[in-house]
Design a protein around this ligand. Sequence first.
Ligand SMILES: Cc1cc2nc3c(=O)[nH]c(=O)nc-3n(C[C@H](O)[C@H](O)[C@H](O)COP(=O)(O)OP(=O)(O)OC[C@H]3O[C@@H](n4cnc5c(N)ncnc54)[C@H](O)[C@@H]3O)c2cc1C
Length: 419
Amino acid sequence: MLRGRVSDSITYIIGAGVSGLSAAVCLVDKGADVRLYEAAPFAGGRCRSYVDGQLGCELDNGNHLLLGANKEALKLIKHLGVREKFFCPDSGVEFIDIEQGTRWNITPQTFLRSRQMIPDAHVQDYIHSLSLLFSSDHHTVGQRVADSGVLYRRLWNPLTVSLLNTPTMMASATYLRDIMLKLFFGGHKALRPYVPKISWADSLIHPAIEYVQKRGAEIHYNKLVNKIGLHHNRITLLRFADQEIKIREHDKVILAVNPSTAKKLLPDIDMPDQHNAIINVHFYAPKLAEKLREEEKYFWGIVGGDVEWFFVKDQVISSTTSAANEELLALPQEELAKRIWKNLQLSLDIELKIPPYRVLTEKRATFSCTPEMNKIRPDNRTSYQGLILAGDYTNTGLPATIEGAIISGKKAASLVVKG
Ligand SMILES: Cc1cc2nc3c(=O)[nH]c(=O)nc-3n(C[C@H](O)[C@H](O)[C@H](O)COP(=O)(O)OP(=O)(O)OC[C@H]3O[C@@H](n4cnc5c(N)ncnc54)[C@H](O)[C@@H]3O)c2cc1C
């Protein structure tokens, strides 16, 4: 995947999330001696899956959605040979405004090309939206398109919250604009969704682990780095509770942890320090899930409710609420699950009783993609010799996503190869 060769040194990768695994895949392809150290007893980081004892099935920590526009993610999927582990529906995405009872379908053919794409939107709403194209780095989406009427409610607001995990009034306008341009000019392929058939662990994380282990990488779990030794502008030491590793002159360390841990370990480097939450509620409903899959319904979007998406998985139907607000975060789980099940009932027009569920809340799901936070995203290269950063929060020009994490890991690996 990368040009160049890796010398005799060891590359230590701290963190086996998507960015750490992306770096590891690139480096083992170059024949590098790679050693991964992961704090948790499993890999995947924020993209992990686990078997839930209570529901008796595998759950994703987050309902991640990939699009064809995520070219680096698709390259990695192809490289690992796991394309068949994803559903890629071609029939567009159904949206339902559950407050107003309106339904519509966005397909690659109608995406921004037809005025009928969003029901009830007026010509003026589209004209108001054009200001997004002329945004500058300091603008928020809200400042640019809050006056776009129905389009704000049914397109810009749900898209911004889903793509940037940031409230629309605070989210970076240029980030949203750049994604929209990629989707618009990427054509049919760019809009194609990729949903794992079983889980993210099954589709991406386990195959990546298997790939790097087969090519000689070591993976050590339950290994939390609690200190990084720096001396004369060089990284010299990794400290764990039960071990210390001396970093030799030609060794490299890729720190592929989340931004708050990176900041604790490297307080001198600026990192985004504001985050937004994501709530996923997994409803155990295998029969309903099977029925929906038979209808080729794998996910659908919601407007005017407490969630943005519902996903159909193997045995569960799961909701995603991005940039979850304080009101939802403060609700007792039972009440929250009931509200979200009501959203599902309205969207499917069914009366089923609420099934067993699991609420998963990630308070720091991603850094807040605001103009202020984007300004302080660090580069992969640090001023310390031998120390390289990787992670969705580095300066990739993308919001915190699988695609961003993969790009960041790949850049970190290319810095190792360059020496
Ligand atoms: C609920 C949720 C939904 C999401 N939805 C989407 C989506 O739809 N589409 C999308 O593209 N992205 C989505 N994301 C974002 C995506 O998950 C992240 O951008 C990506 O997984 C980040 O990967 P990473 O490697 O940068 O960081 P992380 O996943 O945070 O990985 C860091 C790893 O480092 C380990 N670690 C931390 N500290 C230490 C230490 N001191 N020593 C050793 N190891 C350590 C952690 O255990 C972890 O495994 C979502 C995230 C969440 C939480």
